[in-house]
Design a protein around this ligand. Structure first.
Ligand SMILES: NC(=O)c1ccc[n+]([C@@H]2O[C@H](COP(=O)([O-])OP(=O)(O)OC[C@H]3O[C@@H](n4cnc5c(N)ncnc54)[C@H](OP(=O)(O)O)[C@@H]3O)[C@@H](O)[C@H]2O)c1
Length: 267
């Protein structure tokens, strides 16, 4: 019996490439996205379903439809997300709330619906797509980084809670990846940012450089495949060379020294 994986945010980027990678491995793939008309995924064992992580009804309906079709879900990949980019002082309350509704509460909502399916099956795996910014902060990503820190704290806590039920939790921590992530307005729009302008433009220029030399979404999909097939005891998987280097430094460097290095590199 092929195993079944449900992935959120499959219209583009990492989610789409992860769906393709698991289809190539012969898995049943439930590729979910807000607008299913955007899908050009193809495969024998593919089920494309509408799912907006901020709409609990759509989450419930997708999980029911997936289990009706394939009998169970073995792996959930919480991938859907986006990143606000800009000075915190200039962010709008609605956008800040939308960031947490999607990256944190949305991820929790999907997890919450899938857990009973795992319990019935006697186990399962949750793979949460976090970020290097789930382990460090950098300027102009304050809201996004705090949403990913929340994902990391949530994941670490439920990993202990669910281990006795044979449910594993994994964290994928990409650095820059060449996807639609950088198409959102903070990265593209020209706006008046007062005293932050010069600093912001410098950091935005660096972000664009890092994006163009970043990992491909296919690379991150392969890290997700390794996480799913890897050791039960390994929880965190950096994805891409920037993430591997920075997260290693973060682990081995005393925190004040790490902050000093970061401060010099984000001036
Ligand atoms: N690219 C990077 O540099 C990078 C680095 C670290 C971590 N990540 C993380 O990787 C994940 C995937 O991002 P990506 O880089 O592949 O960017 P992407 O190409 O923009 O993909 C993001 C996906 O999330 C979906 N999404 C957004 N809001 C949603 C919602 N409310 N309900 C369901 N789906 C929703 C998008 O759907 P629509 O098409 O409907 O908008 C899209 O399918 C995100 O969690 C992101 O934070 C990305």
């Amino acid at each position: 019996m092929p195993k079944t994986i449900l992935i959120t945010g499959c219209s583009s980027g990492i989610g789409k490439k992860t769906a393709e990678a698991f289809l190539a491995l012969g898995w049943n793939v439930v590729a979910t996205m807000r607008n299913t008309q955007e899908s050009d995924l193809e495969g024998k064992n593919l089920l494309v379903l509408p799912l907006d992580v901020t709409d609990s009804r759509s989450v419930e309906q997708a999980v029911v439809a997936a289990t009706e079709k394939f009998g169970k879900i073995d792996v959930l990949v919480n991938n859907a997300g986006f990143g606000l980019f800009g000075p915190f002082e200039y962010e709008k309350e609605d956008d800040i709330r939308r960031q947490f509704e999607t990256n944190v509460f949305g991820l929790m909502a999907v997890t919450w619906q899938v857990l009973p399916v795992f319990q019935t099956a006697g186990g399962g795996m949750i793979v949460n797509v976090s970020s290097i910014l789930g382990q460090m902060g950098v300027p102009f990503y304050s809201v996004y980084a705090s949403s990913k820190w929340a994902v990391e704290g949530f994941s670490e806590a439920i990993a202990y809670e669910l281990a006795p039920m044979n449910i594993q939790v994994k964290l994928i921590e990409p650095g820059p990846v060449r996807t639609q992530f950088y198409a959102q307005k903070g990265f593209q729009e020209q706006r008046d940012l007062g005293v932050y302008q010069a600093y912001f433009e410098r950091v935005r220029g660096d972000a664009h450089k890092r994006e163009s030399s970043g990992a491909s979404p296919e690379d991150v999909a392969q890290v997700i495949v390794r996480a799913v097939q890897g050791s039960k005891d390994k929880m965190r998987y950096p994805a891409g060379s920037t993430a591997t280097l920075l997260l290693f430094l973060r682990k081995v460097t005393p925190i004040d020294l790490f902050r000093k290095i970061m401060k010099a590199s984000v001036r």
